[in-house]
Design a protein around this ligand. Structure first.
Ligand SMILES: *Cc1c(COP(=O)(O)O)cnc(C)c1O
Length: 496
């Protein structure tokens, strides 16, 4: 299996190169040149395996330049009960008949980002070794809140790496900020920028392709890589939980062999839902992929009209990890839906950079609407949804997951579709205690940790130990910079 660049199909690299480099030099994203298949028989066999065994089997299809031992080292190092509070790694909870919450937040930082960022450091350091690179890998991260902490936790004190995280100064929850600014480890850095997530992401992408910065880095024996979902090493691990969950539900008799399911994903950068698309095209029987957005509904409009237009107000919502107007991974989907037409991708994404808008052609629109449904909701509807599923099912979900539940409810009411459904539950409600409590109708005027205790009383869910421990930690990182200072900040921090 080789990987191409979405902006230049003649680029051809191994998975180790794609993971180590993070993004192609032409600004494109690395993408497998074909989608490997899982036969119905294999899928059935997955039913009697555990998460690690399933992960190894799926990775073997994508990382064909890795040895079996290398894959096993990565998987066993990442997916274990030292890091995750459940040996299933991802849990499913039946919300009501035929609707399953895929809880992806049982990892160390309580958001689904752990599913990929626990293993990415293993994939990356293994890739660097395979390429005989003795360069120090500098991970740059732009975060809307959850990626930053998950990446810091994954890379802290990993030999041969250092990591620098940028977050929007007013764009993350109190708990997310506390998680990042108290991060321990000798190779970590965290900095706020005066701007939103898109600014942070654009800044990081610009540094990756900044010739002068790259030369300086190279001379100092370092190289950049990315822990954002522009890195294929983030995407591949996310495909696994959809495959694993389908196999698990089938093995438990909750769905019958070959039965189609819907997958609903609260979406920001389009990474998690793209992983669902890959699972489907590898062989998981999927009916609709349902893309759920908050008030930043650029993707809803795009899926409905084929016009991507980021020229609109940016909303800071109670689901901050989805406050994104430039969804990077859409580039990969469009590359697939144009059958690898890199010229079109360059044209569209060139327009996006210049004019903030592009329109795809008729064939792509048709293929989009065959595969995807889309919807959005605002903060008020998000809160109502948290309350209504708490009242009805005694289930407490976070603000992002609630967006997905709401959009799914609207979809079902509109279509009458009774297909069994998997809803990606992307964060622990404890990361957003204030919003969740006020949605349920509790007083949310208290310190973050008092709110956590209160949420425990209400939800009867155990408080994640990693969040409870933050209470006594010192703030280590206080820098706030302008968005155009990112490149110089990086070079200064690295001392080059
Ligand atoms: C990152 C994140 C999302 C959005 O996922 P994408 O892969 O960026 O679409 C949704 N919910 C939570 C809690 C997240 O952290």
């Amino acid at each position: 299996m080789f990987y191409k660049s979405t902006r230049n199909s003649s680029v051809r690299v191994t998975s180790a190169q794609a993971v180590a480099q993070g993004i192609s030099e032409d600004g494109g994203l690395f993408i497998p040149e074909s989608i490997p298949q899982i036969t119905p028989q294999e899928l059935k066999e997955f039913g009697s395996m555990d998460y690690r065994q399933r992960a190894k089997a799926v990775f073997a299809k994508f990382l064909t330049d890795f040895t079996e031992a290398e894959i096993a080292y990565c998987v066993d190092g990442a997916y274990n009960t030292k890091a995750f509070d459940s040996d299933s790694i991802a849990e499913t909870a039946e919300l009501f008949e035929g609707v399953y919450m895929l809880e992806l937040w049982h990892g160390p930082t309580c958001a689904f980002k752990d599913m990929a960022l626990q293993i990415l450091p293993y994939l990356l350091t293994t890739s660097a070794k395979k390429l005989h690179s003795d360069k120090k890998v500098v991970i740059l991260v732009a975060t809307s809140g959850d990626t930053g902490k998950a990446a810091l936790e994954g890379f802290k004190d990993v030999e041969g790496t250092s990591i620098l995280v940028f977050y929007p100064v007013d764009g993350v929850s109190a708990m997310q900020k506390k998680q990042m600014t108290t991060q321990e480890g000798s190779n970590v850095g965290v900095c706020a920028i005066e701007g939103n997530f898109d600014d942070a992401q654009n800044g990081v992408k610009a540094i990756f392709t900044d010739k002068e910065a790259l030369e300086k880095l190279n001379a100092a024996g370092m190289m950049f890589s990315s822990a954002n979902s522009i890195n294929w090493g983030r995407l591949a691990p996310q495909i696994i939980y959809y495959i694993s969950t389908y196999a698990q539900l089938a093995a438990e008799g909750k769905i019958s062999e070959g039965e189609k399911v819907n997958i609903v994903v609260p979406t920001g950068n389009f990474g998690n839902i793209l992983a669902g698309y890959y699972a489907k095209h590898m062989g998981v029987p999927v009916n609709k992929l349902i893309c759920a957005s908050n008030a930043n509904n650029v993707l809803t409009d795009f899926i409905k009209t084929g016009i991507y237009d980021r020229n609109r107000d940016f909303h800071a919502t109670i689901s901050p990890s989805m406050d994104i107007l430039i969804s990077s991974n859409l580039e990969r989907l469009l590359y697939i839906l144009t059958d690898g037409n890199d010229e079109k991708i360059r044209e569209w994404f060139g327009r996006l950079a210049k004019e903030g808008r592009y329109e795809v052609d008729g064939d792509v629109k048709r293929r989009l609407s065959e595969e995807f449904e889309a919807g959005f909701c605002d903060d008020e509807q998000t809160k109502q949804t948290i309350k209504s599923i708490y009242d009805k099912y005694s289930y407490v979900c976070d603000t992002h997951t609630a967006v997905a539940v709401k959009v799914y409810g609207d979809y079902k009411a509109r279509t009458g579709d009774e297909t069994k459904t998997i809803i990606a539950s992307t964060a622990s409600p404890y990361k957003f205690s204030a919003s969740v409590l006020s949605a349920i109708g509790e007083d949310a005027q208290a310190s973050e940790f008092e709110l956590v205790d209160k949420l425990a009383e209400v939800s009867k869910m155990p408080i994640p130990a990693s969040l409870a421990a933050l209470k006594d930690k010192d703030i280590r990182f206080k820098d706030v910079i302008a968005k155009d200072e990112m490149a110089s900040y990086v070079l200064k921090t690295l001392g080059v």
